[in-house]
Ligand binder design. Structure first.
Ligand code: SF4
Length: 504
């Protein structure tokens, strides 16, 4: 834990200072009174038009100091939230400079700490900035590295190409169905995923609740004549349930969701190869699923054991081959950069295997130490690459995908992600997942059904987002799903200004 003693700035900015500092140190505590602080930060903030910030970072132990400053333009007369945001950005900007200088660590995303940098670029374009003007702001004000700006530009361009109506999609909705079971729990995972063995009773009970939720949401969609853009089955691993249970769920969806067979995209995550067999793949094919995921994460056997995947590399390759033979077309594969014990060499080998397989889409994640995961709780057991090597693997992924004909089409970032990098979805042109774009850019309501599903309600024309989480845990879902359905539909009624769903 790094103790930072901060002076010369209003305490309401401590949280922002902590966010920037935690890009450099794994744990940070900020306060103005720390006799034993590791580092001292003294700010001088002139809140005018422009805003002038300077900062001195000193290390009492080493008798060393670093200085940074930033001048942020502010529109004449600007006050309130917008002005405060500029002050915050000026403080973050000056702070990032001194921390980069003091530690020698470069932050590829500059002062941006949010999950969705592409959303910021979309917003700038919608406000009327040209792509070049937006790029200049991202460089100058947010300190993004040029290659991060380039990938954002490419992605935004790609998204508006494959979804030309992206900015008007709030007249439709998408559906997410969460199935919270997996064969075993992976060490880095914080998704609602529960080992399925020995749970037959609760799987059946959960599915019967889910059927009711599908029916209720279907009725609401019919009443309000809202078209469905995409449907996504995630979790967990949806293919953990039996072929029969999947078939019944699809039948229920067909009977309840208007236009089920005409949606623009139907995806089923089949991430764990150990859940797949001929019967299930045949079912996915018969139900005309557009896109599935079979996720190797790594093609290193030892890594898979270490992260608790409980399937072998051979199994991934065989199931992929089987899916191909059975005619499934758009297959996504995930790789994770920075898994324990893996560096550039291992990543190159992973890409070499991908070159043989050539899935239509490839999502390249960077490992993140998520709060509550087995890996984070036992961090000392897992040796991971340092930031320079992680940056090199991210660069390699970009170069390799370009050479192979993939285009990047969505990107998101996570807290505690190695090297402060990102996750990027690549696909062959025309094979991009529309759902991934929609969820990342938050352009329409996504109604979540099932366990761990979070509905994001965006009343058309507002861009405002209300979150309605379903319970994460299967037993909690079984116990409370009726109340959750009722509350969610009432929230949808209110957001869409329509009649009551009471009595559902
Ligand atoms: S397969 Fe996916 S959802 Fe299931 S435990 Fe592993 S990471 Fe989590």
């Amino acid at each position: 834990m790094k103790q930072l003693r901060v002076t010369g700035v209003d305490p309401s900015f401590y949280r922002d200072i902590e966010l920037i500092a935690s890009l450099f140190f794994s744990k940070v505590n900020v306060s103005e009174n720390q006799e034993t602080a590791d580092l001292w930060l003294h700010f001088s903030v002139e809140e005018g038009h422009p805003i002038r910030v300077s900062v001195t970072l000193s290390d009492p132990g080493r008798d060393q100091a670093w200085h940074g400053s930033h001048v942020r333009e502010a529109e004449a007369g600007e006050t309130g939230k917008a002005y405060r945001k500029r002050v915050k950005q000026a403080i973050s900007h000056a702070l990032l400079q001194v921390l980069e200088e003091a530690t020698g660590i470069r932050q590829p995303w500059g002062i941006l700490t949010g999950v969705r940098p592409t959303k910021l670029l979309h917003m700038m374009l919608q406000k009327g900035y040209t792509m070049d003007e937006a790029a200049a702001i991202l460089r100058k004000d947010y300190l993004l590295e040029p290659e991060k700006i380039a990938i954002l530009q490419e992605i935004v361009h790609r998204q508006t190409t494959v979804l030309p109506d992206l900015y008007e999609l709030d007249r439709e909705v998408s559906l997410y169905v969460g199935i919270p079971f997996c064969p075993t729990k992976c060490a880095y995972c914080t998704f609602p995923a529960y080992a399925i063995q020995g749970r037959n009773g609760s799987v059946e009970e959960f599915l019967s609740g889910l059927h009711e939720e599908v029916e209720a949401v279907g009725d609401w969609l019919k009443r309000n004549q809202l078209p469905v853009t995409t449907i996504y089955f995630g979790g967990g691993t949806p293919t953990s349930i039996t072929a029969n249970q999947m078939d019944e769920l699809f039948r229920k969806m067909k009977a309840s969701i208007p236009g089920f067979e005409e949606v623009r995209e139907l995806t089923v995550e089949a991430g764990r190869p150990d859940t797949l067999n001929e019967e299930k793949l045949d079912l996915l094919k018969r139900w005309k699923v557009d896109r599935i995921s079979i996720n190797p994460q790594s093609f290193e056997e030892n890594t898979l054991k270490l992260i608790g995947r409980h399937h072998t590399v051979k199994e991934t390759l065989e199931k992929y081959q089987l899916a191909r033979e059975m005619g499934l077309h758009n297959i996504n594969m995930d790789l994770i950069i920075g898994l324990p014990g893996e560096g550039v060499e291992e990543f190159r080998q992973n890409l070499a295997v991908m070159q043989e397989l050539r899935p239509e889409s490839l999502t390249v994640h960077t490992l993140s130490f998520k709060r509550g995961s087995i890996m984070t709780r036992n961090k000392e057991k897992y040796k991971v690459a340092e930031w320079r090597e992680v940056a090199e693997m991210v660069r390699l992924a970009r170069e390799w995908t370009r050479e192979q004909g993939y285009v990047p089409y969505y990107l998101y970032r996570q807290k505690n992600i190695l090297g402060n990098q990102e996750n990027v979805g690549y696909a062959f042109p025309g094979e991009e997942s529309l759902y991934n774009i929609i969820i990342m850019e938050e352009r329409q309501t996504i109604i979540g059904l099932g366990c761990g599903a979070v509905s994001k309600i965006i009343p058309p024309g507002t861009g405002k987002i209300q979150r309605w989480p379903n319970p994460k845990e299967p037993q909690a879902y079984i116990d409370t799903y009726l109340r959750h359905i009722h509350e969610k539909l009432a929230a949808l009624d209110e957001a869409y200004g329509v009649g009551t769903s009471a009595g559902v």
